[in-house]
Design a protein around this ligand. Structure first.
Ligand code: AMP
Length: 403
C-alpha cells in the first residue's frame, strides 16, 4: 500500500511518499510560498538528487496537483500513476476533545475540524485546505487525519484543567490539550521495545526538544501530563517561545508598553525564549557556539533553558512517584550532548547516572546514554512523526478494507 503523508501549512506543504510494505520512503519534498507566482517545489526521490522548481502556485489545490505530477513524472517520478496512491494521511495540530485517536475523513470529521478552528487558528484552517485540495485532486482516495493532541487525551482532569472558573472550560473548552503527541507516542513505544520491557510497566518522561519543545509524563503507556497547554506556548522555554510565565505579566506589560493583544501574543510566541535572552539566535547550535566563545548572554539563555527543562522532569517524576526511563528526542534532544549532560548532571537524586562517553558520541539511531547501574535508563530516540501518520493511515485503511 502506498501512502502519501501531508503536513499542510498556510503557505507551505510538506509531503512524504511511503511504500508501507516495508515502510520505505519513496520520495519527500515540500512546496513553499503557496499563494505567490514564484512558489518553490522541492522534491527528492529516495537515493537521487533533489529537484527544485519555481512555479506559480496560488492555492493548495495547485500545490497538490504539482506534487502528484512530480510523483508520477517520467524521469523523476516514483509511481507509475497517481492511482497507485492508496491513501493520504494528514497531520492535524488540534483535535480538541473530539478526537482521541486518528480517524478516516468524512463530512462529520471535516465539520468537527472546522469547529476547532478557534483553538488553533494558525494551523487547523491550513490543514483543512490540504484535505480539501486532496479531495479535489483525488476524490476517490481515502484520507486519514492524525492529531497532535490525541495522545494526550488520556490525561486525568487534575492534569488538564486550569484552576480558573470552570465555566470557561464548559463554555469555551479552556483546558490543557498538549501537543507533539505523535512524537511522544512514537518514542515511548520505541523506548519500551528497545529495552524489551512492556510499556505498561514503565514510568517514563519523554522530552521532545526541537524548535518547539514539550515533555510528557507517560505512566503505564498513557500520557498523564504534558507541558504544552491549551496552546503550544505553555511549558518549556523554547527557541522563540517563552513557555511558562506569570500570567499577570501579560496585562502588566500591555499597560506599560501600550501593546495590543496581537502584539503581546507575538512577543511571547516569536520574540521570547532563547532568542530573547541570548539576543543572538533561537537556534541551539548558535547558542552553543557563542557559549564556547564566552558569550555571557548565550550562557544565561542555555542555563535557563536547561533549568526549566530539568524542573519539568523532576516534577513529572514526582507526579508518577518515580522514573524508570528518560527519553530525549527532536533536533536539540537528539543532537545536543551538552544539553543532555547538563540536565542529567543534576538528576542524580533520582538514581540517574549518565554515561558521559556514550552521551558525547556522535551516534545515530536509538541508543542508551546512562550507565548500566543507573536506576533511570536514559535514551536518545530519533523521532519520526511522519511514520506515525503513515502507520495510522495504513492501519485504518486496512481495517476498513477488511470490514
Ligand atoms: P526540530 O524542530 O526538531 O527540527 O529541531 C530544530 C532545532 O534543533 C534547531 O533549531 C536547532 O536548535 C536544534 N539542533 C539541530 N542540530 C543540533 C545540534 N547538532 N546541536 C544542537 N542543537 C541542534
Amino acid at each position: 500500500m502506498n501512502i502519501l503523508v501531508i503536513n499542510a501549512g498556510s503557505s507551505s506543504l510538506k509531503f512524504l511518499m511511503y511504500n508501507m510494505v516495508n515502510e520505505e520512503v519513496l520520495a519527500s519534498g515540500r512546496v513553499e510560498r503557496i499563494g505567490m507566482d514564484s512558489a518553490i517545489l522541492s522534491y527528492e526521490p529516495a537515493g537521487r538528487t533533489e529537484i527544485r522548481e519555481v512555479a506559480e502556485i496560488l492555492e493548495h489545490t495547485t500545490a497538490i496537483r504539482k506534487v502528484l505530477d512530480i510523483l508520477v513524472h517520467k524521469e523523476h517520478g516514483v509511481l507509475a500513476s497517481s492511482s497507485d496512491i492508496d491513501a493520504v494521511g494528514h497531520r492535524v495540530v488540534h483535535g480538541g476533545e473530539s478526537f482521541s485517536s486518528s480517524v478516516i475523513v468524512n463530512e462529520e470529521v471535516k465539520r468537527e475540524i472546522k469547529r476547532l478552528f478557534d483553538l488553533a487558528p494558525l494551523h487547523n484552517p491550513a490543514h483543512m485546505l490540504g484535505i480539501n485540495a486532496v479531495e479535489l485532486n483525488m476524490p476517490d482516495v481515502p484520507q486519514v487525519v492524525v492529531f497532535d493532541t490525541a495522545f494526550h487525551q488520556t490525561m486525568p482532569a487534575k492534569s488538564y484543567l486550569y484552576p480558573i472558573p470552570l465555566v470557561l472550560y464548559r463554555k469555551h473548552q479552556v483546558r490543557r490539550y498538549g501537543f507533539h503527541g505523535t512524537s511522544h507516542d512514537y518514542v515511548s513505544e520505541r523506548a519500551a521495545r528497545f529495552l524489551g520491557k512492556p510499556l505498561v510497566e514503565l514510568k517514563m518522561v519523554t522530552c521532545h526538544i526541537g524548535n518547539g519543545a514539550s515533555c510528557a509524563a507517560i505512566l503505564n503507556g498513557q500520557s498523564v501530563d504534558t507541558s504544552m497547554g491549551m496552546t503550544p506556548l505553555e511549558g518549556l522555554m523554547m527557541g522563540t517561545r517563552s513557555g511558562d510565565i506569570d500570567p499577570a505579566i501579560v496585562p502588566y506589560v500591555m499597560g506599560k508598553e501600550e501593546l495590543t493583544m496581537n502584539e503581546v501574543n507575538s512577543m511571547l510566541n516569536k520574540h521570547s525564549g532563547l532568542m530573547a535572552i541570548s539576543g543572538l539566535s533561537s537556534d541551539m547550535r548558535e547558542i552553543q557556539q557563542s557559549m564556547a566563545a564566552g558569550d555571557g548572554s548565550a550562557v544565561l539563555a542555555f542555563d535557563m533553558y536547561e533549568y526549566r527543562l530539568r524542573k519539568y522532569i523532576g516534577s513529572y517524576a514526582a507526579a508518577m512517584n518515580g522514573l524508570d526511563v528518560l527519553v530525549f528526542t527532536a533536533g536539540v534532544g537528539e543532537n545536543s550532548s551538552i544539553l543532555r549532560e547538563s540536565v542529567c548532571r543534576n538528576l542524580t537524586f533520582l538514581g540517574l547516572e549518565l554515561d558521559e562517553e556514550a552521551n558525547s558520541q556522535r551516534a545515530h539511531g536509538d541508543r542508551v546514554i546512562s550507565t548500566v547501574g543507573s536506576r533511570v535508563t536514559v535514551l536518545v530516540i530519533p523521532t519520526n512523526e511522519e511514520l506515525v501518520i503513515a502507520r495510522d493511515t495504513y492501519r485504518l485503511i486496512l481495517a476498513r478494507q477488511k470490514a
